[in-house]
Design a protein around this ligand. Structure first.
Ligand code: M6R
Length: 590
């Protein structure tokens, strides 16, 4: 949700900043901009549109500068437009700011500033920041910056430059991610690691209430509240450059779907930690899965899996959990937060609330070092590698694998199933990557089906029990990247209302594993067929054919053709599946 970048060094800042923005574009892409200091003056290029378009009109080769900041936007306050695009400046053009997050008290601050004669050019919450710095500046950029930051309420990752001290970038963080990449005679600022990967792997991670002074040779981090210096440990990014590149695929989403076999395999690397944590979980009376979007669907699978083993559990979307379910939480509860990014605002808030109530918090996370990992009691990493496409695919497979292993060990440890059975299923999980590859090899068939249905504007997805989450995830995927109306229902619910919407030719995707509910699903399929719906069955003898699998693992296999199906529908409709409208990869605002 918005990406910010900064560079200070000896190279051409505009070129580097646009490269960094390109790698952050998945965080927001309705407008973008850069600001550099060149010859004691500030140069700003910003506009509505994609990074490449703005880069072309900026003509980087003409700007000589070795320091600058940049931003790619996902609009919160004010429509996508040139004047609302970041960077923003003060009345004198002496202080320039980029920001990710929401400044909740911006109205009051803006009113006060306007009364004192400041002129505003945008509708954004961000613009108050450069004006505050301007007002508080006497002799020190750092002092004015820190005093300005202290006045802000809400969430922010901020970077600022000034013509008064053109050798430094000042940065601050509260509840929005921010890292510093350490180079040799140069330093980088970014919202996320892919932006700095081509330049360095050594990073410092900013925590809440940290602010920093970054020059080309030095980085100093201090506490916003006390001004005291903070010593940080240098961390090394484990991801490779290739992992963050498209690697010959037309879209990141397709590449990431083809990485699903590895995602399953990589998630099993945490098996030892999972086994240990499962033992800990036996001590809790109730288990809650908390997450958003796709990660919530993984949590819902967790709930169904635990219920399958008679272990009480609940799955709640984080935006509801934090304001309602949390009232029922106490120290007898374990909360399992799931997140690819580890930066989703509602998930982080839920975890903080749950911890305040005394709950034990375990997180299942992809991004190592993310905020969620730092506020949880324990973490299970999924090691899925960087996921760049906005639509989550391989990370979901990683989450499902970790949750399935955790559920199995928990059931084993609490004596609900035999350990021999646990080991049998683990063997099946080890064979899963091969089965996923079989589905991926069948891409042409899936594409053919997509061609047949690409012009449909309504889809229904139905499933039962463990595959109800698969139906939800299949529907979410197609709606977010293809802009078709898709609804998912537990198959038994169809006749309680939604059936009224079925008519000739409406596609109904039915997920039907070979289990004890197979016949019941068949009946539901017949009910839809009788209303002349076009039925697409996912299963061993379905239209989207899947290899034979223990039904317990079917959610890990049956989602794969649905990911590919949604991808191809999106492409056939002439859309960019990597950058769906109105969305952003990492939702760092409430
Ligand atoms: O980073 P997270 O896993 O916490 O993100 C949660 C959701 O925002 C995310 O899964 C979203 O629903 C995806 N766009 C779905 O494809």
């Amino acid at each position: 949700m918005c990406g910010i970048a900064g560079y200070v060094g000896n190279r051409n800042a505009p070129e580097i900043l646009f490269d960094m923005l390109k790698r952050l574009e998945y965080r927001g892409y309705d407008s973008a901009g850069i600001a550099c200091i060149s010859d004691q003056d500030v140069v700003i290029f910003k506009d509505r549109g994609r990074v490449d378009e703005i880069r072309e009109s900026a003509g980087c080769e003409r700007i000589i500068s070795d320091i600058g900041i940049a931003h790619t936007r996902w609009a919160t306050h004010g429509e996508p437009s040139e004047c609302n695009a970041h960077p923003h400046s003060d009345c004198t053009n002496g202080f320039i700011v980029v920001h990710n997050g929401i400044i909740e008290n911006y109205r009051d601050l803006r009113e006060g500033l306007m009364e004192r004669g400041h002129r505003f050019e945008s509708e954004t919450d961000t613009e108050v920041v450069p004006h505050l710095i301007e007002e508080l500046y006497t002799q020190s950029f750092e002092v004015a910056f820190r005093e300005a930051i202290k006045k802000l309420r809400g969430s922010f990752a901020i970077a600022a430059i000034s013509i008064h001290e053109p050798d430094k970038i000042l940065i601050a963080r509260k509840e929005s991610p921010l890292i510093i990449g350490l180079g040799d005679g140069e330093n980088f600022i970014a919202s996320d690691t892919p932006a700095i990967l081509p330049n360095t792997r050594r990073i410092l991670i900013m925590d809440d209430f940290d602010y920093g002074i970054v020059t080309k040779d030095r980085v100093k981090i201090k506490d916003i509240r006390t001004g005291d210096e903070i010593k940080k440990k240098i961390q090394t990014i484990q991801w490779s450059m290739e992992q963050a590149e498209r690697g010959g695929y037309p879209h990141f989403m397709l590449k990431e779907i083809f990485e699903e076999p590895e995602a399953v395999k990589n998630a099993t690397k945490a098996i030892k930690e999972i086994e240990d944590i499962a033992k800990k979980l036996t001590g809790y009376k109730r288990i809650y899965f908390v997450a958003c979007g796709t990660a919530y669907h993984a949590g819902l699978l967790g709930k169904y899996l635990l219920e399958r083993f008679s272990i009480p559990s609940e799955a709640v979307v984080a935006s509801e959990f934090r304001y309602s379910t949390v009232n029922t939480i106490d120290s007898d509860c374990a909360v399992i937060a799931i997140s690819q990014s580890g930066e989703t605002a509602d998930t982080l808030a839920s975890v903080k609330e749950a911890k305040n109530k005394g709950a034990y918090v375990l997180s299942i996370v992809n991004v190592v070092g993310s905020t969620l990992t730092r506020i949880s009691d324990d973490n299970i990493y999924t090691y899925s590698g960087p996921e760049i496409a906005v639509a989550s695919t391989k990370a979901y497979l990683g989450q499902l694998t970790a949750i399935t292993l955790l559920g199995l060990y928990l059931a084993g440890e609490s004596g609900r199933i035999e350990m021999d059975y646990v080991n049998e299923i683990i063997d099946d999980i080890n064979n899963l990557p091969g089965k996923i590859r079989q589905i991926l090899n069948n891409e042409d068939e899936i594409k053919k089906l997509a061609r047949r249905l690409a012009n449909k504007n309504t889809f229904f997805y139905i499933g039962r029990r463990l595959n109800y989450p698969t139906a939800l995830e299949g529907a979410l995927k197609i709606k977010e990247i293809s802009y078709v109306h898709a609804e998912a229902y537990p198959a038994g619910e169809l006749k309680h209302g939604p059936l009224a919407l079925l008519e000739d030719g409406i596609p109904v995707v039915a997920i039907n594993p070979n289990d004890d509910l197979f016949r019941k699903m068949e009946s539901n399929i017949q009910e839809a067929r009788a209303r002349k719906a076009t039925i697409i069955v996912v299963g061993e003898s379905g239209d989207l054919k899947t290899p034979v699998i223990d039904p317990l693992l079917s959610p890990l296999l049956y989602i794969v053709p649905l990911h590919l199906f949604a991808y191809h529908i999106s492409v056939l409709r002439g859309l960019d599946p990597d950058k769906p409208r109105n969305l952003a990869k990492s939702v760092t605002v409430e």
